[in-house]
Design a protein around this ligand. Structure first.
Ligand code: ADP
Length: 368
């Protein structure tokens, strides 16, 4: 069944939320650090309030959290810096949250940088020289580091040393500079794009996966309490189911349902109100939003179900291929609605059925 076209409610559908502000890192009860670099994203107070502050407050990702807790505990007991950590997984699953909880749990300072903003080694230099003993440097989107910056990082990661070239031409000379031992936490939506030498320099590599329905319900319940709103189990269930396995989306949906309830339902957040609010966003029973369905419908109608290359789909949708690969496809692949074959993306039987179409009969024809 095709849904009616809805007004754009982009802020609630946006898979990305603001990342962090300087205030987010260390709350009032902990010492203020002046070496924390704010990101250029202005995050709202609510985003800050919803983000867990310690690993023990995080829901789900149990095995990853357990392994990281052991590493943090051992580093703290030995008084040594924690090994470098690489976190990968689709957006909104908790990479930044881990990267901010770990230094807080360790009681060390944190600096935040983004791979996209580090255009040359000189951009990385202040972060490295400011790093305190045992502190954490978080580099988001580390796959976007240019090669020259990446190579500059190797000795810093391995030997806590950097080689700086002074002067030019025949007068050029290299100066070695020792750094205070620090921990690099890299986050990426694409480990595949990381060069092997960089990947190998991370002692701990963890992949974050989508959250289960129960875990998302728990996040929704906790965050409703943090937002000082009450919701019943049915509403929590509906919001969790509409969240594409992603805590960030669960937070956005929760806020939308709360706004809807305030405006239309006397602030009462029950299953019926949540259902009506989510219907208005165009979110279906699998949690797919209009962008997800448009992607599936494009493969179905324009490319006859596939196989089709992601670039072709992106061109038709007028979107960047990276947005499809990083933000749209992971959940659809995980939901088994599409598959990636060597020849491109292809709808599965479940994909056809979700769009209300009959899958083509692919059984081999018997001659005769
Ligand atoms: P990423 O860096 O992977 O894009 P974030 O760490 O920024 O994702 O997570 C987005 C939001 O989702 C956070 O602000 C937080 O509120 C919520 N969140 C993420 N992981 C968890 C978790 N394990 N438990 C509770 N909330 C979480």
């Amino acid at each position: 069944m095709r849904r009616k076209r809805q007004p754009p409610l982009t802020s609630y559908l946006m898979p990305r939320e603001t990342i962090l502000s300087a205030d987010d890192h260390w709350p009032n009860d902990e010492p203020e650090r002046d070496d924390i670099k704010p990101t250029d994203d202005a995050s709202t107070e609510e985003d800050v309030a919803l983000r867990p502050r310690h690993m023990r407050e995080m829901v789900g990702q149990r095995q990853v959290a357990e392994r990281l807790r052991i590493a943090v505990d051992a580093a703290a007991k030995r008084g040594e810096p924690l090994g470098h950590i690489l976190l990968d997984g689709p957006p909104g699953l908790g990479k930044t949250t881990f990267a901010t909880c770990i230094p807080r749990d360790l009681g060390v300072s944190l600096q935040i940088a983004s791979g996209a903003a580090l255009a040359a080694p000189k951009d990385l230099l202040p972060y490295l020289t400011n790093a305190e003993q045992g502190s954490v440097l978080f580099v988001d989107e580390i796959h976007r580091l240019p090669k020259a910056v990446e190579e500059f990082m190797y000795p810093a990661m391995e030997d806590f040393r950097i080689d700086i070239t002074l002067g030019e031409g025949v007068n050029a000379r290299t100066v070695n500079m020792n750094l205070r031992p620090f921990t690099l936490i890299g986050a990426t939506t694409r480990t595949g794009l990381l060069s092997a030498p960089l990947r190998d320099r991370f002692q701990i590599r963890e992949h974050l996966d989508f959250y289960s329905l129960d875990e998302l319900m728990e996040i929704v319940r906790r965050n409703a309490a943090k937002l000082r709103t009450e919701l019943d189990d049915d509403a929590a269930h509906q919001i969790a189911r509409a969240s594409r396995g992603t805590p960030r989306i669960a937070n956005n949906r929760l806020r939308w349902v709360r706004d809807y309830a305030t405006s239309r339902a006397n602030s009462e957040m029950n299953g019926k109100v949540a259902g009506a609010a989510l219907e208005m966003l165009g979110v279906d029973h699998l949690g797919l939003d209009p962008q997800d369905r448009k992607y599936l419908e494009t493969i179905l109608r324009v490319f006859h179900g596939g196989p089709v290359g992601v670039e072709a789909v992106a061109h038709t949708l007028n979107t960047a291929p990276d947005t499809l690969t990083d933000e749209v496809e992971p959940f659809l692949l995980r939901s088994e609605l599409v598959v990636r074959t060597p020849r491109g993306r292809k709808l599965t039987t479940k994909g056809y059925e979700h769009l209300g179409e009959t899958p083509p009969d692919e059984s081999p024809r018997v001659a005769g």
